[in-house]
Design a protein around this ligand. Structure first.
Ligand code: PMP
Length: 331
């Protein structure tokens, strides 16, 4: 019989799918790794499983323990899912820019959610980093995964995402493109692909305009969720990326809408950003049909229905021309 004992058995082994339409004039073979096939709906299930298993093995997490983490949502879902399966309590601290639907998902798994202001510095006592530190220090049996510095984050991608791409492409992948949040995905997957190809695979980051990775001198707010930072996390290894492409909110959201409409891929804004970054790189470097570019799409568009896929929200935030380019004319 083909029956899985736990949902966590279904983490990873996500499919690669070729893009046909949004690539426009780009000749390179652009394929996407669709991470919403994970049981919690994002690439973060991978790090959640690895981080919790490692904490159990090291004794940091004991039966009856509490997982406390600042997370923009997806890591929370992954941790909540694995914690639910293994009987741990979870408390998540999220910035207020995270959509209400993402918070509702966390609560649905039985997690507790603490909301903090986005518009404060990381060292402010109200910042989501500091609030979670205080909770972790005061709750007995608390374990803080700390996805920004936990080596098991990048390690999970080194052990699963990288080998999956290498095998699924028959070792023919030439470029790997991913958005950078904690940096765990690009650092772990990129390290594996570089090692196994003797440095032949190029690793390209995609980054929101306003984030530190693509321009440390112009850090400001942006609307793409889950990617970009205002500091360099330990999970990000700067030696792995060959190039980092900057993408604006408007470019990312336009591509996100096109992926749904033209490719049938209902994915989140960081996925649109990654594809926009990949196409920018492919155009600038004249990649041809001999190049096989794998772009990682971290999560589903279901979490962004009231934002990127809502024309009123898009217009209110200044993306009206994006809506006009990607929506059907009304009859
Ligand atoms: N996209 C989304 C929607 C995310 O939640 C994250 C994780 N913060 C990323 C991309 C970036 O992944 P990583 O943290 O591994 O760099």
């Amino acid at each position: 019989m083909n029956i899985h004992d736990s949902l966590t058995d279904l983490i990873g082994n996500t499919p690669l799918v070729r893009l046909h339409h949004v690539t426009d004039d780009v000749k390179a073979d652009i394929v996407v790794k669709v991470e919403y096939f994970n049981p919690g709906g994002s690439s973060k299930d991978r790090i959640a499983e690895r981080i919790i298993s490692a904490a159990e093995e090291s004794g940091q997490l004991k039966p009856g323990g509490v997982i406390v983490e600042p997370t923009s949502g997806n890591t929370g879902v992954g941790l909540a899912l694995v914690a639910q399966q293994r009987g741990y309590r979870t408390i998540f601290v999220v910035p207020d820019k995270v959509s209400e639907s993402k918070r509702a998902v966390l609560r649905a798994y039985g997690a507790e959610v603490v909301v903090t202001p986005t518009d404060v510095a990381p060292d402010d006592p109200r910042s989501y980093y500091n609030v979670s530190d205080r909770l972790a220090a005061t709750i007995p049996g608390a374990f803080k995964p700390n996805q920004y510095s936990n080596p098991n984050g990048p390690r999970s991608h080194y052990e699963t995402t990288g080998p999956e791409i290498w095998e699924a492409t028959d070792h023919k992948v030439t470029h790997f493109v991913a958005g950078i949040g904690t940096g765990g995905t690009i650092s772990g997957t990129g390290r594996y692909l570089k090692e196994v190809s003797n440095g032949a695979v190029k690793v390209i980051g995609a980054d929101p305009e306003g984030s530190i990775y693509s321009n440390p001198n112009d850090v400001h707010q942006y609307n793409i969720e889950g990617v970009g930072e205002d500091f360099y996390p330990e999970a990000f290894d700067r030696n792995i990326t060959d190039d980092i492409k900057q993408v604006t909110d408007a470019e990312a959201f336009e591509m996100t809408r096109r992926l749904a409409k033209e490719e049938g891929l209902l994915v989140g804004g960081s996925s649109g950003m990654a594809v926009a970054g990949a196409l920018k790189y492919a155009r600038e470097n004249n990649l041809d049909e001999h190049q096989l570019v794998v772009v990682l799409l971290p999560d589903s568009g279901r979490s962004y229905l009231e934002k990127i896929f809502n024309d009123d929200w898009m217009r209110a935030n200044g993306y009206g021309d994006v809506v006009d380019r990607t929506s059907s004319p009304s009859i």
